[in-house]
Design a protein around this ligand. Structure first.
Ligand code: NAD
Length: 450
């Protein structure tokens, strides 16, 4: 089906009002869940082919998270759809005030390649729960996963309700030429700007889930051994190709040497001293990114890893010491398994350093001091994050996930997803028995005094 034809047919289908019924939405979510479970093995195989993800990692970070979001949405859907009462100001008495939610209509979801299954499915769950029709555009860089997504969505939904469009530049451009009622984009800042410009032409509201450089601060009061283990987990998961991966380390000078020993220890312990032989360590998505990441290490002081294998698109977990603000690796989002190390003396120096850059998508703080937690939360603006851990804040349906400033706008997961894809109408229902005369002309002297 041609792209403009899909958009038109979805609009026509939406206008039939079928997607607005609770039963319709609930059944759609249930069918989606059943079909994902049916294709679970195929999804995991596709993720292995595209990114070398092990079954365990594919389940933990993609299939499992999607299923848990589906369960949460199913459980809470009825409550989310209910009208919410609000107090009525005295001047409007006698009346009832309430908020009623409605779907936007047709939604476009554009997803990246790094968690290619989950980043298509999680927004889709929100869009369907909220009663929208939806076009999903998976990334062409993860073609196997994209094909399974298409297979699943075609098996579950008629195209006029939910459709997957595969392809690259041409399809992306054609999709953005259509008029959707909402656009949900996950990807880079550069493409985010293009999406925002295109959306502006139709005044289409958007959510942008972008990336950036997420810092990890470790101070001298932290449990250093545990901090190093958790940093290694978050940094090298999916070979560093995670939007919320700790991009760089800010370590307090006094504990630097000790912390770096723990870092190296955990890298060996987790990935083995010969990480090339580790079958569970994902690959870099393609040659272009492989070359880009390898170049970032050139001329730097490598204290761990630092080598790769182009044929296998493998890059070892790497740590770079003596990095400064000016180093090439600090000029872009790394999106690979390379950790630059920078030091700071006091907290203000670390905060000032972060604040000089754009607002990060995530921030991680390892500390034993409550007042340090409070201070960093007050001083630094960022999308979300963890205290004494990395990246796990996104693995929940009970809190929203999103960026701020250059790392994105809007948020989703759980109820926030439902809200993102819904418009809220505020309604005052006025009773007809009594009609206070005060607001009507003529404004007599008596009224003016009021
Ligand atoms: P990307 O911006 O290159 O591509 C994202 C999607 O946009 C893909 O589907 C791609 O086909 C499409 N696209 C590319 N050019 C387009 C154009 N001109 N018009 C319309 N669509 C276009 O990003 P990527 O390389 O796939 O992903 C990496 C980036 O995504 C990183 O910056 C990362 O931080 C970010 N990311 C953010 C999140 C988040 O939740 N905030 C999650 C994952 C990745």
């Amino acid at each position: 089906m041609e792209i403009n034809c899909i958009a038109e047919r979805q609009k026509a289908f939406f206008e039939k009002n079928r997607t607005k019924a609770y039963e319709f939405r609930k059944k759609a979510l249930l069918r989606l869940k059943r079909t994902i479970l049916y294709y679970e093995k195929e999804i995991e195989e596709a993720l292995y082919k595209d990114l070398g993800k092990s079954d365990f990692e594919a389940y933990m970070t993609e299939v499992g998270m999607t299923l848990s979001e589906l369960n949460y949405a199913e459980k809470h859907l009825k409550g989310w759809m209910k009208e919410k009462r609000a107090l009525t100001p005295l001047a409007q008495f006698p009346a009832k005030s309430f908020e009623a939610v409605e779907p936007y209509g047709t939604v476009l979801i554009i997803a990246p390649w790094n968690y290619p299954f989950m980043l298509c499915m999680e927004p889709l769950i929100g869009a369907v729960a909220a009663g929208n029709c939806c076009v999903v555009k998976p990334s062409a860089y993860a073609p196997h996963t994209s094909a399974v997504i298409k297979k699943i969505l075609s098996a579950v939904f008629p195209k006029e309700f939910v459709a997957a469009v595969e392809g690259g530049r041409e399809e992306n451009t054609a999709l953005l030429e259509q008029k959707f009622d909402y656009i949900f984009f996950t990807g880079s800042k550069a493409v985010g700007k293009i999406v925002l410009e295109k959306a502006a032409q139709n005044l289409t509201p958007v959510t942008l889930e972008l990336g950036g450089k997420s810092p990890c601060i470790v101070d001298e009061t932290a449990n250093l051994k545990l901090a190093a283990k958790r940093l290694v987990f978050g940094k090298y998961l999916n070979s560093g190709q995670t939007c919320v991966a700790p991009d760089y380390l800010l370590i307090q000078e006094t504990v630097k040497e000790e912390f770096l020993e723990y870092l190296k220890y955990w890298i060996d312990k987790v990935f083995s001293a010969e990480p090339m032989k580790n079958q569970d360590y994902p690959k870099i998505i393609n040659e272009k990114h492989y070359e880009r990441i390898m170049k970032l290490m050139e001329g730097e002081h490598i204290i761990k890893g630092g080598f790769g294998n182009k044929e296998r698109l493998f890059i070892a977990p790497t740590v770079l010491d003596d990095i400064t603000e000016k180093s090439p690796i600090m000029q872009e989002e790394i999106f690979g398994p390379v950790l630059p190390v920078l030091t700071y003396r006091d907290l203000k120096e670390a905060e000032d350093f972060i604040k000089k850059g754009e607002k990060p998508l995530a921030l991680y703080l390892f500390t034993g001091r409550k007042q340090t937690e409070k201070r960093v939360l007050r001083e630094v603006s960022f999308g979300g994050g963890c205290i004494n851990d990395t990246i796990i804040h996104l693995a929940t349906s009970r809190m929203g996930f999103g960026g701020v400033g250059a790392s994105g706008m809007g948020s989703y997961h759980g109820k926030k997803s439902f809200d993102t894809f819904s418009h809220t109408k505020s309604i005052v229902k006025k009773y007809q028995g009594v009609d206070l005369p005060i607001r009507y002309q003529p404004y007599t002297n008596g009224k003016k005094k009021l």
